[in-house]
Each structure stands twice: as C-alpha cells, then as structure tokens.
Design a protein around this ligand. Structure first.
Ligand code: ADP
Ligand code: MG
Length: 292
C-alpha cells in the first residue's frame, strides 16, 4: 500500500475508534486467518459477580464467605473484587489478614484470625494436595452454565465451591458473526476452567478453545494456533496478554485495558467494542484493494 492509502485507511479506522499505533498493521491484518481473543475483559466485561456459594457438609455459607472475602481483600484479581463485594452486600465483617500469598493463575492463601484459608482454581487445590472429588459435581454443573467455579479450603478441609460469572459484552456476538462473515476462524485463549470456557465458546459460536492456560502460556497457545491455522490477530486487555500481543502477527489491545497491553499492541480498540476488529480487517482489505 502507498503511504497515502495507509494514512487514509488509518484515518478512517480512527473515526471508528480503532487506533493504529503501527501503520504496517493495516496491511498485516489483511492476511489474518484466525482471530484469537482473551476471555476475561475482552469477550466479557471483566467485572464478574458472585453467583453461587455451595458450602461443603459441616460448613456454613456466611462463615466461609467471610473468611474467603477477607483473604480476597488483598488480591487485585477481578474475581477477588466480586467475592469481597458479595460479602460486603451481606454485611459480613471481614477479619484481619496475615501472611497473604498469591500464586498467579492458581489462587490465593492467607491466615484470617488464626484460620488457614485457601481459595482458587481446581488446579490450585490439587497442587495443595486436596481431593476435590466430593465437590466436583457441583463445580461441573456451574461450569456448564458458563460460570467459573473456584474452591475454598479452611483449616485444611475443602469448605466450599464458589462460582463467579462475568457477563459477555453486548457487542461481542455481533463481532464474532462479522469475523465469520469475513471468512476468519475465531479462537478463545483463557486461564479459566475448560468446562466454563467451552460453555461460553458454544454460546458465542467460537471455533477453537485453549483453556486453563497459565499466565505465561498464552504465547505458546498462540503459536499453536498459528501453526495449525495461519496468521493470527490476538486481542487482549491484561498484563498476562502483553507477550501474546507482541508475538501475534497483529496485536489488538482493549483501550480500557492495562497500559502494558496497550504498549505491546499494534492496534488499540478505544472503547473495548470488539466490532472494531472485523471493521479494521474489512478496512485493511478495502485499503489494499484500492491501491491495486
Ligand atoms: P483469568 O484472568 O482467565 O481468570 P488467571 O490466570 O488470572 O486467568 O487466573 C486463573 C484462575 O486462577 C482463575 O480463573 C481462578 O480460578 C484462579 N485465581 C486466580 N486468582 C484468584 C483469586 N484472587 N481468587 C480466587 N481464584 C483465583
Ligand atoms: Mg483479560
């Protein structure tokens, strides 16, 4: 493309809220075969809410929720905010937290008023040596509904299954349909539970799911997609997404996301509306056609 046609193209994109940080991306985008998207904060609003709390036999909801929420006051994960808010809404008093520990991609642990509390994904519980078999049916049922199940343990015993759900952005279904109409494959890359990811993918008509990816595993997931399907555009918002945004053939960051994600991207979707992705791809196709 000529510098002029790229200037015109990026100018039109800007009018649609799609900011090209690198002009070449307008050409590279045309060759994309697959659009891979992060789930939380990209496909979804990134503001989960606590939907279910299933105490294990011998445990009471309010007590366990109070302990778990106390630990989560120390975490910045969106899941943590959902749990703390739910506890506050119930008027629970949260105790003082000692020796807090966060294991990225797994969960969090701390001592709350002398009680050991651990909260996180099933892989965290397995890592800590718990047998989740008794609570697994409850967790699976919640995952099928597209909710993200977590486990809580208190004083060395599994105490509850907790589910959070993050609403899909209202513009996401239309964005995915438009990508399909352009002939692209759509993939999801997420750290979330496989059952949950599959349920959401089915709901949205997403073709490929890579789930339970550890925070440093997104680049590898992206390379796998590229090997099988071709040139990859990756869309993400989080700190964890920065390496994949840099590695992708074209990286598109959510404008309301983290600074690191934006700095690693070629393109910024100013409002976080994913319809900007098919719009930008259509524009890149039109721009290249015009100069031929
Ligand atoms: P994602 O952003 O896709 O949820 P993360 O890598 O941040 O991916 O976390 C992976 C999983 O680890 C979460 O889905 C959750 O099950 C668990 N986890 C992480 N942080 C916390 C936390 N503060 N409280 C409870 N669970 C957590
Ligand atoms: Mg995210």
């Amino acid at each position: 493309a000529t510098p002029t046609s790229i200037m015109v193209g990026t100018g039109r994109a800007a009018e649609m809220g799609v900011l090209f940080r690198k002009g070449e991306a307008l050409q590279t985008l045309r060759g994309a075969k697959v659009v891979a998207l992060d789930k939380t904060g990209t496909l979804t609003k990134g503001r989960p809410e606590l939907t279910d709390f299933v105490p294990a036999p011998g445990f009471a909801t309010e007590e366990v929720l109070g302990l778990v929420a106390a630990v989560e006051t120390r975490s910045e994960h969106p899941i943590a905010e959902a749990i703390v808010e739910a506890a506050r809404k119930r008027g629970l008093k949260l105790g003082a937290v000692e020796s807090f520990d966060a294991v990225p991609g797994f969960g969090v642990a701390a001592t709350v008023q002398g009680r050991k509390v651990e909260v996180g994904a099933d892989r965290y519980m397995k890592k800590l040596g718990y047998d989740v078999a008794d609570l697994l049916p409850a967790a699976k049922r919640l995952a099928v509904e597209g909710k993200s199940p977590l486990y809580a343990a208190v004083d060395g015993r599994l105490a509850a299954v907790i589910a959070v759900a993050d609403p899909i952005k209202p513009t996401t279904p239309e964005a995915i349909q438009a990508l399909h109409a352009l002939g692209l494959k759509v993939a999801m890359i997420t750290g979330d539970n496989a059952g949950t990811a599959q349920a959401i993918a089915r709901q949205l008509g997403i073709d490929e799911v890579v789930a339970e990816v550890l925070p440093d595993g997104k680049v590898e997931a992206l390379k796998g997609l590229r090997q099988r399907l071709g040139s990859v555009a990756f869309v993400g918002d989080g700190i964890n997404d920065a390496p994949a945004l840099a590695e992708a053939d074209v990286g598109l960051a959510i404008g309301t996301g983290t600074d690191v994600a934006i700095e690693s991207a070629d393109v910024v979707l100013m409002s976080g509306d994913l319809r900007g992705v098919p719009n930008a791809i259509a524009l890149s196709q039109a721009t290249i056609r015009n100069i031929k």
